[in-house]
Ligand binder design. Structure first.
Ligand code: 0X9
Ligand code: ZN
Length: 301
């Protein structure tokens, strides 16, 4: 079982996912979203109460050091499976959920065992440089802006779009379920923001204003519990222009109606080193917002 007062390493998370499959065999299945340079699997679970439903995709831990991201994704899975609260039960029943808490497993392990502040994957790319930023490697305006061509950089985009096995395999998995997807959520830290595509332009896409309003309302729901205030907007407008991120590709290539990137707690006091006593409050307020997104997504189509 998983407490919400500590960060868990990859083995603990993967074992916990296996436990969920064993505990709820009719509802939860084990899924593999892809594989990694060091030979690991990108492990996830699918929660489904029946066929023919639209789906939600939760992407956690693409940046290794952002430990609150897998913790948040795990909590959402836990709530969907254990809560008796009306909205949560409905959310679990009305959508299929594809849940991947750690989409950069090699990097995540490295932050536990070697360098707490590691961000990228772990593939050697030059004689003195390791790692590609997996949120710069997707094939959408690759290397256009806010990404580096230097292997030593923390935002190194890689030698080419989808050069990395992690992004290539996960994107193939996503293609396979694209028709089902209604809502895609990518979880990062930190800054307390809800970001919308695209990373290279502030020009709104077709349903941008609807997506913006839905996001704003959800961040209103997030703020109720502890007063945490998230800003909502286009990536290029409210943080910095950056291309090759997962949500841009998911929006542009898979045409998923609603696509967001959370930058979780905090606003910089502790940054990536968010204290463990903030895990639960963070997770609860984010869950409040996810339920609100679900409520709105149902009516959106
Ligand atoms: O720069 C990033 O990849 C994200 N910020 S972080 O501090 N967590 O590294 C923001 C990504 C938002 N952009 C896209 N997903 N395109
Ligand atoms: Zn990040």
């Amino acid at each position: 079982s998983m407490g919400w007062d500590a960060y868990y390493n990859l083995n603990d998370i993967n074992n916990w996912l296996d436990d969920l499959v064993a505990t709820y065999p009719r509802i939860v299945t084990s899924i593999i979203g892809g594989s990694t340079y060091e030979g690991r699997q990108i492990k996830g679970i699918k929660i489904s109460h029946g066929s023919g439903r639209k789906a939600v995709f939760l992407e956690g831990g693409i940046h290794a050091r952002e430990w609150i991201s897998p913790a948040t994704v795990n909590f959402i899975a836990h709530e969907l499976l254990t809560s008796n609260e009306t909205d949560t039960v409905a959310a679990a029943r009305d959508f299929d959920w594809y849940i991947f808490p750690v989409t950069n497993p090699d990097g995540y392990v490295w932050t536990f065992e070697n360098e707490r502040m590691w961000r990228k994957n772990r593939r050697p790319v030059a004689f003195n440089a390791i790692g590609i930023d997996l949120n710069r490697n997707w094939n959408n305006n690759w290397l256009r802006i806010g990404a580096s061509a230097q292997p030593i950089s923390d935002s190194y985009a890689g030698p080419g779009p989808f050069s990395e096995i992690e992004t290539r395999t996960l994107s193939e998995y996503l293609r396979g379920i694209a028709d089902q997807l209604e809502l895609y959520l990518s979880f990062h830290s930190y800054s307390e923001l809800l970001l919308l595509p695209f990373g290279n332009t502030t020009v709104p896409y077709a349903n941008y204003n609807d997506a913006l309003n839905i996001g704003r309302r959800a961040m209103g729901a997030l703020s109720v519990r502890y007063g945490t205030s998230y800003s909502v907007g286009n990536i290029a407008e409210i943080i910095y222009a950056a291309t090759g991120g997962s949500i841009d590709w998911v929006k542009d290539h898979l045409k998923v109606p609603l696509v967001y990137c959370y930058e979780l707690r905090d606003k910089g006091q502790f940054g990536f080193m968010l204290p463990e006593d903030q895990i639960l409050p963070n997770n609860q307020e984010v869950m409040d917002s996810v339920l609100d997104l679900i409520h709105q997504a149902k009516r959106f189509g």
